[in-house]
Design a protein around this ligand. Structure first.
Ligand SMILES: [Mg+2]
Length: 260
């Protein structure tokens, strides 16, 4: 498991350089898909949803309603039941299996890769010694771990929070704040430090920014489409991950803390 590997590394580092560990100033929580991993349109998630409905023998709801499912958070089960899905758990199991098959196939075929700014950004943050990095994704754990390991970026992160582990499930999925609070507590106890007021979320979607707002931490939207321009939605915007330096994180967190 990534968690045990990275925590093993943490304990080793702790023994060798105890002072370094306690100087971590910030916790940076990263989304995966669209933030670090470039899906580049390789996967049609709506088509996977349709296939999952068909597997369960349920009538497929219209596309506008299906779209609402991605943002349903804790209401996902009620929404699915309103469409005649008897077991939301069985539905997500079917969806997750279809998703894993489609994505692992596309990754192996080279149709999904990392954004070129990903490794430079992660290594700069990690090597600064000032930032703890964690992952928070609404992807199932098996698929998230596969991606992090396949792209050789698991080593940068001290924790991976993904669906179906650590009590994280669809009802606690982003935009719910549960996962951010969970990671703050988990990393905080590993470091013997309180990361409240010292955490930022880095993601590519409105759902990520909503999760950050709900958890009362600053959000940093990665928008490689520069036409979006300056932040207008209560979060900061960067056009490349490499802009998310320790110094930038510090200034975002300080501004958020003072309400400016
Ligand atoms: Mg994303």
């Amino acid at each position: 498991m990534i968690n045990s590997i990275s925590l093993g590394h943490f304990y080793l580092t702790h023994l060798v350089h105890p002072t370094v560990i306690h100087t971590r100033e910030f916790l940076a929580i990263f989304d995966v898909d669209g933030t670090m991993v470039n899906l580049s349109g390789a996967i049609d998630f709506d088509a996977l949803l349709v296939d999952a409905f068909k597997e369960l023998g349920t009538d497929v709801p219209p596309v506008a309603e299906r779209d609402a499912l991605w943002r349903a958070g804790k209401n996902h089960a009620d929404l699915l039941r309103s469409w005649g899905v008897a077991s939301p758990r069985a539905f997500w199991d079917a969806f997750d299996r279809l998703d894993f098959e489609a994505r692992s196939g596309a990754i192996k075929a080279g149709r999904i890769g990392l954004f070129p700014d990903c490794i430079p950004a992660l290594s700069a943050l990690h090597d600064s010694g000032r930032v703890v990095l964690a992952v928070h994704t609404n992807t199932p754990y098996k698929l998230a771990r596969y991606q992090l390991e396949h792209f050789n970026i698991a080593r940068y992160f001290e924790a991976l929070l993904a669906l179906d582990v650590d009590g994280y499930d669809q009802s606690r999925a982003k935009p719910e704040p549960w996962g951010i609070h969970h990671l703050q507590a988990k990393i905080g106890s590993a470091y013997g430090a309180d990361f409240t007021g010292r955490t930022a979320f880095i993601g590519d979607s409105r759902i990520d920014m909503d999760a950050a707002r709900n958890a009362r931490i600053p959000g940093i939207l990665v928008s490689r489409d520069t036409s979006i321009g300056d932040a207008k939605g209560g979060f900061d915007v960067v056009s490349s991950l490499v802009q998310a330096t320790p110094r930038f994180l510090g200034s975002v967190i300080r501004r958020f803390g003072t309400g400016l």
